[in-house]
Structures are given as C-alpha cells and as structure tokens.
Design a protein around this ligand. Structure first.
Ligand code: FES
Length: 87
C-alpha cells in the first residue's frame, strides 16, 4: 500500500494493494472523471506535486513519464511511500 495526500483538500488516504488511486478517491467522496480505466485515454490525469510514480499507462509520453508531474489514477501507483497530488 501507499499514501496519497490531497494538497487542495487536506486529505490523506491509503491506497491498498489491489485498489487503484481512482477507486480510493471515489470511495472517499472525491468526484473524479474517468473513461477507459485502462491507462489509455488521459481522462483521469492528476498533477503530482511530490513523490515517485510507477507509471503503468500508455497515455503519457516517455518524456512526461520521466518528468513525473502527472499520473493516470486509474492504473498508475506510487513507487515509494507517498504521493502528493494537486487535487
Ligand atoms: Fe483513461 Fe485513466 S480513465 S487513462
């Protein structure tokens, strides 16, 4: 599991193994758009303020993935303990 801090809503949530960031956000009342839920369309994109990302999408370019400033919340995860998201 890993933690997500929501910078603009002052919430801290745990994303367990087997659940996605998108699912955990919605379960906690954060209204998030999505479409494909397979990492392909970009609808669920969220800006990342801090933290290492394990990208599992096919939407971001290699350069964007290396830059580490946004995440597809339907498939991608934290590489380490915590991500700070700009939501
Ligand atoms: Fe399509 Fe996440 S919903 S990339």
């Amino acid at each position: 599991s890993f933690e997500i801090d929501l910078a603009r809503s002052a919430m801290s949530l745990t994303v367990p193994a087997g659940r996605t960031i998108l699912e955990v956000l919605r379960e906690n009342g954060v209204d998030m758009p999505s479409s494909c839920e397979q990492g392909a369309c970009g609808t669920c994109r969220v800006a990342v303020i801090e933290g290492e990302i394990t990208h599992q999408d096919v939407y971001l370019s290699p350069g964007e993935k290396a830059e580490g400033k946004s995440i597809m919340t339907c498939v991608s995860r934290a590489a380490s303990g915590r991500l700070i998201l700009d939501i």
